[in-house]
Ligand binder design. Structure first.
Ligand SMILES: Nc1nc2c(c(=O)[nH]1)N[C@@H](CN(C=O)c1ccc(C(=O)N[C@@H](CCC(=O)O)C(=O)O)cc1)CN2
Length: 280
């Protein structure tokens, strides 16, 4: 039987309605500062989406667009200014940054209490020990999707393909916190298919179109595609061969319309959390 398609768009709409209601009950509006550097067209689209999401939910947002040639000091000064503003609860720097930037130093400059992406080492550490305030947006979005569709990770074998700091590693941690047995695979994993075939929950987060084929998937697995690639025709697609794998999986996320919209919702969720922590 063909898999149930996990509808990230519909779930995101439901979450946004709840966030909007919570925002209405705060004493002051939450505020989010969005920083974009350069003219990466994909980043421009994502930043526009984020601003629109904020407006939909009653969250105040302001954008800072720095030119491609901006200097590190300029960006650090801006972050410092935003760190000190009471009306701003969350700060995000859209990634990737142009090559002249030291990404680590930039992310470390954000006040951990305003780090709504959960990229600061303090928050990453908090996540590791289960003491987190914020959750990393994409992995948290995946967990919300599993919950919505009744896929309990407890006692399951979850295989995460990809080991990035933004997705693979925190995803593994969140699944572990929910009592899954977790395997992380990466580019130097021999016999990848042998391991992915053992997965009850398979999360693909590599960025390689067509990496996960039907023969690599266990019958009845829940398959979550985090990647956002462009194929030869320029069409948005993930790592998973969706058409073939949906015939074998029990649940599957599409790209687009899967994890992406939920990543954006988790940013709103973290901004709301920050506002509450800031006494709003
Ligand atoms: N500071 C950050 N930078 C980046 C992050 C991040 O979480 N924080 N993640 C990605 C990009 N990203 C969010 O910024 C992101 C990408 C895509 C989507 C999304 O909703 N995708 C839609 C399709 C959108 C389209 O039409 O292109 C979908 O999948 O349906 C959300 C968030 C890198 N940078």
């Amino acid at each position: 039987m063909a898999a149930t398609i996990i509808d990230g768009k519909a779930l995101a709409a439901k979450c946004k309605a709840r966030i909007k209601e919570e925002v209405e009950h705060l004493s002051k509006r939450p505020g989010l500062a969005v920083i974009i550097v350069g003219d990466n067209p994909a980043s421009r689209i994502y930043v526009n989406h984020k601003k629109k999401d904020c407006a939909e939910c009653g969250i105040y947002s302001e954008e800072y667009a720095l030119p491609e040639c901006a200097r590190q000091e300029e960006l650090l000064e801006l972050i410092d200014l935003l760190n000190g503003r009471e009306d701003i609860d969350g700060i995000l720097v859209q990634l990737p940054l142009p090559a002249q930037f030291d990404e680590k130093a930039v992310l470390n400059a954000i006040d951990p209490g305003k780090d709504v992406d959960c990229f600061h080492p303090y928050n990453v550490g908090q996540l590791m020990i289960g003491e987190h305030t914020f959750l990393p947006c994409t992995p948290a979005g995946v967990m919300a999707m599993l919950d919505e569709y009744g896929i309990d990770p407890a006692g399951k074998h979850a295989v995460v393909v990809g080991r990035s700091n933004i997705v693979g590693k925190p995803q593994a941690m969140l699944l572990l916190q929910r009592h899954a047995t977790v395997t992380i695979c990466h580019s130097r994993t021999p016999n990848l298919a042998e391991i992915t075939r053992q997965a009850d929950i398979l999360v693909a987060a590599v960025g390689k179109t067509g990496l996960i084929t039907a023969d690599m998937v266990n019958e009845g697995a829940a398959v979550i595609d985090v990647a956002m690639n462009r194929n030869e025709e320029g069409k948005l697609c993930g790592d998973v061969d969706f058409e073939a794998v949906k015939e074998k999986a029990s649940f599957i996320t599409p790209v687009p319309g899967g994890v992406g919209p939920m990543t954006r919702v988790m940013l709103l969720e973290n901004t709301l959390t920050a506002a509450k922590v800031h006494g709003k």
